[in-house]
Design a protein around this ligand. Structure first.
Ligand code: PMV
Length: 336
């Protein structure tokens, strides 16, 4: 009988929601109040390695080479879910590195927890199916459940109290509709209010919160149909509407959550002008941060990137395709 390798590394990519997730039905199990729909990217990566070690007295968690108590506790609690399944108490050393700005609305927590779920599963030889890994990744961050899968992905809110039916599932493979995403970075500063705290504030205080949650199912049905039919115009309309509705909830939270800066707004106008006056296949989406993601037809990506580079306040423009879900990149079995 072989022992679990106790160490593994994995890679995952951030995902960008087109039908947004903003609100929880359970804060402890991190259950979303509604579903969401996303695309997984291929040009931004999180690489995570984990090693469970009997000699360690406590978890040692390094994110981009830095150790932070709050992050350490959050990641340690996440690892507890895997330790419980494996029936071990061993502490672990985790190193996770992003090749893109962290905590600035580029879904670093999505890629981070998806990569760690896949790495911990392999290190402990749990061999859980992808759906179960998605359930567990959700406990780290709601959007992480979606980065387990590639291409177009739908997150199911589920109805069960234990959250076992709140998981993501693949909708369409990246190669079936290889759209591009142009990301305009308007600042590298970390965001002011994290998504977890922001969602809770919105739930408690936005007068639009209930209506927002009630509208998601309809948006999801429209977006799902648009993806299946590769109907870009229909996907553009529902995605921009979902993004702006979510920001309406954020803005109407007390105190208001203003994630945009001036350059963000200029980018939105530029994307609208490209589509409406220049016939470009492009639409925008923005998360809990000031970066603008312009989703476009592959043949229009260069034009969109040039246009956003020309917007005052845009620091950098990245171009990504759609990519695969989280994957193990290495594991070495320790001799039994
Ligand atoms: O799951 P979190 O905590 O990363 O929250 C994600 C929230 C948004 O990025 C704003 C929307 C979304 O669906 O990704």
């Amino acid at each position: 009988m072989t022992s679990p390798p106790l160490q593994a590394s994995a890679q995952a990519q951030p995902n960008i929601a087109l039908v947004k997730y903003w609100g929880k039905r359970d804060d402890v199990l991190n259950l979303p109040a509604a579903g969401s729909l996303s695309i997984t990217l291929d040009a931004l990566h999180t690489r995570t390695s984990v090693r469970f070690d009997p000699a360690l007295e406590r978890d040692d968690i390094a994110l981009n080479g830095r150790r932070d108590d709050a992050h350490g506790r959050r990641v340690g609690a996440f690892l507890d879910l895997f330790r419980a399944r494996a029936g071990i108490a061993m502490r672990a050393r985790v190193a996770s590195d992003n090749d893109f700005p962290t905590g600035a609305g580029l879904a670093s927590s999505a890629a981070g927890f998806a990569a760690l779920a896949v790495a911990a599963d392999r290190a402990l030889d749990l061999r859980m199916p992808a759906r179960q890994l998605s359930v567990l990744a959700r406990r780290g961050s709601g959007s992480a459940a979606r980065s387990i899968f590639g291409g177009f992905v739908e997150m199911h809110a589920g109805v069960r109290d234990d959250g076992e039916d709140a998981h993501a599932a693949p909708l369409l493979a990246a190669r079936e509709w290889p759209l591009k995403v142009v990301i305009a970075i308007t600042t590298r500063a970390p965001k002011s209010t994290g998504s977890r705290a922001g969602m809770e504030l919105s739930r408690r205080s936005s007068p639009f919160y209930r209506d927002w949650i009630a509208a998601v199912a309809g948006d999801l049905a429209t977006a799902r149909a648009a993806v299946r039919a590769r109907d870009f115009g229909k996907l553009a309309a529902v995605s921009e509407a979902s993004c702006l509705s979510m920001h309406a909830v954020m803005l109407s939270t007390r105190p208001g959550l203003i994630y945009w800066n001036g350059a963000t707004v200029e980018c939105l106008h530029r994307v609208r002008a490209l589509r409406e006056h220049e016939g470009t296949g492009v639409f925008f989406t923005v998360d809990a941060g000031p970066q603008v993601k312009a989703v476009c037809l592959p043949e229009h990506a260069a034009r969109v990137a040039d246009a956003l580079r020309g917007v005052a306040g845009v620091e950098e423009v990245l171009v990504s395709g759609l990519g695969e879900g989280a994957q193990v990149t290495g594991s070495a079995a320790v001799a039994a």
